[in-house]
Design a protein around this ligand. Structure first.
Ligand code: F6R
Length: 241
């Protein structure tokens, strides 16, 4: 695993967006695994700028998102479907047919998980972008998720619901479940790119940087990936010895 420590969120976003830009320049039909949350917003803004400057195009890019809340219709402003369109897809020339986001609308969630998992088996993700939860989760794979887990429906921990409350009017409105790629799906990507900023990520980043591999901190599985790059700001790196 390659760990890069930078000054702040802005620098983290720049470094990470340059890695994705390089990939899209070399491979304009690349397949990207994408994430939501606060961590990737800055890097998505940079990708939009590169697109506007004519440096990259998304015309032939395929995308697969990590996760989606259950119980929220896609049209809800806080669905990850809405998030991705608001923060990236609506601003670039991506072909909507190439966009894949888990669909958790419907009563048969098991069938929807299988459908997304089958799509992931057929896809070959060149680069999977990841954020990290304060408890070390990746996607919505909370502590002690088995490393061989594939796409599934997860009951969110209270910690994760509280962390995400900032996007909703109240804690009651935060969904209790989400559909997520499993750790096994994430590990299939050719390259993993994790970004983290802020002091609340410092303990999870300390564990990841220590080299341990422990399901208690799911992100530590990155230590087993042949090509994982982790870009963190000084606050997120503040507990690394
Ligand atoms: C989002 C996702 C989550 C977030 C993580 C960090 O698609 O899978 O694992 O990456 O919760 O969220 P932020 O970036 O908001 O701190």
């Amino acid at each position: 695993m390659k760990l890069i420590v930078v000054k702040d969120y802005e620098e983290m976003s720049r470094e990470a967006s340059l890695i994705i830009k390089d990939l899209l320049v070399k491979k304009p039909d690349a397949t990207l695994g994408l994430a939501t949350g606060s961590s990737p917003i800055g890097l998505y803004q940079n990708l939009i700028k590169y697109y506007e400057n004519g440096e990259i195009s998304f015309k032939n890019v395929k995308t697969y998102n990590l996760d989606e809340y259950c119980e929220l219709p896609r049209s809800h402003p806080e669905s990850y479907y809405s998030f991705m369109h608001r923060n990236l897809f609506s601003h670039v020339d991506i072909n909507e047919e190439n966009v894949h986001i888990p669909c958790s609308e419907g009563s048969d969630l098991e069938a929807l998980c299988k459908e997304y998992n089958d799509l992931l088996h057929k896809a070959s993700i060149d680069l999977q972008l990841l954020g990290i939860g304060a408890n070390g989760h990746i996607g919505f794979n909370e502590p002690n998720t088995p490393f061989d887990q594939e796409t599934w429906v997860v009951k969110l921990t209270e910690k994760t619901r509280k962390d995400n409350q900032r996007f909703f009017k109240s804690l009651d409105e935060v969904p209790t479940h989400a559909m997520t790629m499993g750790i096994a799906n994430i590990m299939q990507a050719k390259k993993l790119l994790l970004v983290a900023s802020g002091k609340n990520k410092a303990e999870a980043i300390r564990r990841l940087a220590s080299g341990e591999v422990n399901p208690e901190c799911p992100a530590t599985i990155l230590n087993r990936h042949p090509d994982a790059v982790v870009i963190v700001d000084e606050d997120a790196a503040s507990l690394i010895k």
